[in-house]
Design a protein around this ligand. Structure first.
Ligand SMILES: *[C@@H]1O[C@H](CO)[C@@H](O)[C@H](O)[C@H]1NC(C)=O
Ligand SMILES: *[C@@H]1O[C@H](CO)[C@@H](O)[C@H](O)[C@H]1NC(C)=O
Length: 602
């Protein structure tokens, strides 16, 4: 919620990606493969909003190209056999009737004869398969493999189909047979699909993704069910990895920009009054709050943990410490731990309205807006004049698209204290979102005048201008914001978002990838952990076929991702790209064809 300032940019990056899908799809052949698919996966993993509609559109396009015979072909193996040659000729079966040959007999037969016998054994196998006699069919294929002088991939693929259909299915054997078939013909789509299904059943998800991806691309995206399988397995893989990472990773603070945006969303309060005989813990708490005021969050975090351990001697101080420790936990995605601290804090000091507001954000993170609104009500009961309450309630309403109520709440917040820049900015944006352009512009102009030394009004006004495609004016505002940020007294935090926004603007305005890239790199110099810069750079690199850089950026994006959806998003890109890079390595000759497919998909 309060993080919506920085999340806004991440959303922008995502919509930038989909807005530029067309452009993204054109490019060097190698890159096109990665991007075509990636853009597609991304558009489906965007969550609520445009994502699904886009997916539908994409699918419609795909359908156009599919053949009318497809319906018949999409019957699953489990429903009935689909073999390469489904109805054996009667003659073949008859010929094969008495074929039971020993190894020596086989060796003595001329090749031509052996080929013929193998073909009839296969035909017989197909017949048995048709009758769902899978063991018998498998046996016949085995004999065909023994007899033939030159094994055909279809023998193995068909035997694999038998193993799939046995109960219980013999997935290990399916994989072995498909391995053989694919050794003989690497682009044998049916074997790829079969092996992928078996791998998925055995939870070998990454390998399944590799095979489904290859099958999808080799089929020129015409097999809807394979494309869906790719997507399903990709999601599975990404979410497994998400759980793995979340459960194992050291909790760490997000980027400086993010943390400062979060704390910046609460008005500073005076340091608490120490009791008469302060304990060591009391002093440590004060040191922690001083570090916080100096934006030295890492230090402040260590100190507040120490302070709580050392023991704080008075209730108001303890409530303050738990509020702060809970906030750090919240920022490090330990939502449960954060909630415990906040609830303990509020019990010690119910009038600390900031804590109510933070509990509300915990409820929002847990998807419970009703409880969140109750917290705001509770906070108002304790101090109806705390401007933070209305600002944060505005934020919640804003993300719920209740722009009129949000605007009212922001206004109330500015009436109580007009020195908090974000209430003004959010008010302007809420007015813009509810279609009130004139009011919005007026609010922005007032805010620019009222806060000449702040970069944020420039930055967000620039975003609004960018949204209206007023590129030149937007870049102008971003430049001004950058100038203000760079002239600010050090130490950090320095806000790198205007740099990223400028890059996006230059890209949309002039299609100048080089300039956009440069802006993101500048942003990373200012704040090496700026998520928006990393995410944008990843996309721009993909687009130019700099797959290595893109992969590195996706990994970095994943390591920076704070929330589960953000992590999921980064990992989805990472795995999709990886699978497609692997495909390109295995099928370099497909590069040309891929760029054609990508073009035809636009
Ligand atoms: C399409 O893909 C599915 C799932 O991977 C597969 O089972 C099916 O055989 C494929 N259809 C064709 C016609 O290749
Ligand atoms: C703020 O939002 C609430 C809805 O949660 C609404 O009832 C109220 O009227 C709004 N305005 C003010 C000034 O609180």
């Amino acid at each position: 919620m309060s993080s919506s300032t920085s999340q806004g940019v991440v959303e922008r990056v995502q919509s930038f990606v989909s807005e530029n899908k067309r452009a993204v799809l054109i490019g060097a052949a190698a890159a096109v493969v990665a991007i075509g698919g990636v853009a597609y996966y991304a558009s489906t993993s965007r969550g609520p909003g445009g994502g699904d509609a886009e997916k539908g559109e994409y699918k419609k396009d795909k359908k156009k190209g599919s053949k009318s015979s497809k319906k018949r072909k999409t019957v699953k193996d489990a429903d009935g056999p689909i073999l390469e040659e489904r109805s054996p000729r009667v003659a073949d079966v008859a010929e094969a009737e008495d074929v039971k040959l020993s190894a020596e007999e086989i060796v003595q037969m001329p090749d031509e004869e052996r080929t013929k016998v193998a073909a009839s054994l296969k035909a017989k196998g197909n017949g048995a398969y048709q009758q769902r006699k899978y063991s018998i069919a498998a046996d016949l294929y085995t004999r065909a493999i023994e007899v033939t002088p030159k094994p055909e991939p279809v023998f193995f693929s068909n035997r694999a189909a038998c193993y799939v259909n046995m109960s219980p299915p013999q997935y290990e054997k399916v994989i072995e047979d498909c391995d053989e078939a694919l050794k003989l013909d690497a682009s044998y789509v049916k074997a790829l699909n079969r092996r992928a299904t078996a791998l998925e059943a055995l939870e070998r998800v990454e390998e399944a993704l590799r095979d489904f991806t290859a099958a999808t691309i080799l089929d020129k995206f015409q097999n809807e069910s394979a494309a869906q399988s790719t997507e399903r397995v990709l999601k599975k893989l990404a979410s497994q990895k998400v759980q793995e990472i979340l459960s194992s990773r050291d909790r760490h603070l997000p980027s400086q920009t993010f943390v400062s945006a979060y704390f910046g969303a609460f008005r500073p309060r005076p340091l608490p009054q120490l009791p008469e005989n302060p304990s060591q813990g009391d002093h440590t708490l004060i040191l922690s709050l001083e570090a916080l005021a100096a934006s030295d969050y890492t230090h402040s975090l260590t100190l507040v943990n120490e302070a709580v351990e050392q023991g704080i001697s008075w209730d108001a101080g303890k409530a303050e410490a738990l509020n702060l420790r809970g906030t750090y936990k919240f920022l490090m995605t330990d939502v449960t731990g954060a909630k415990e601290d906040f609830l303990a804090s509020i019990e010690l000091q119910p009038s600390l309205t900031q804590t109510w507001v933070k509990i509300a954000s915990v409820y929002m993170e847990q998807g419970d807006p009703k409880k969140a609104f109750e917290c705001f009500e509770e906070a108002i009961k304790h101090n109806a004049d705390d401007p933070d309450i209305y600002y944060h309630r505005g934020q919640v309403l804003f993300i719920m698209n209740e722009f009129a109520d949000a605007a009212e709440n922001y206004t109330k917040s500015t009436e109580l204290d007009d020195q908090f820049v974000f209430s003004h900015i959010q008010l302007a944006v809420a007015q813009y979102k509810s279609g009130n352009l004139a009011n919005s512009m007026a609010t922005f102009r007032r805010t620019l005048k009222g806060f000449p030394q702040r970069s944020e009004p420039q930055n967000y006004y620039g975003e609004l201008l960018l949204d209206q495609q007023r590129f030149e004016d937007a870049v102008d505002k971003f430049d001004r914001a950058i100038e203000i940020e760079l002239s600010r007294p050090k130490p950090p935090p320095v806000n790198a978002l205007p740099q990223v926004n400028k890059g996006l603007a230059l890209y949309q305005w002039k299609q100048d990838i080089g300039a956009a890239e440069h802006c993101c790199q500048e942003a990373l110099k200012i704040d090496p952990e700026c998520e928006a810069a990393v995410a944008t750079l990843a996309q721009l690199s993909l687009q130019q076929g700099k797959i290595d850089v893109a992969m590195e950026m996706f990994e970095k994006q994943a390591s920076l991702a704070r929330s589960e959806p953000e992590l999921m998003n980064a990992l989805t890109y990472q795995f999709a790209t990886k699978a497609q890079v692997e495909f390109m390595t295995r099928f370099p000759e497909m590069a040309n064809q891929m760029s054609q497919i990508a073009r035809s998909m636009m």
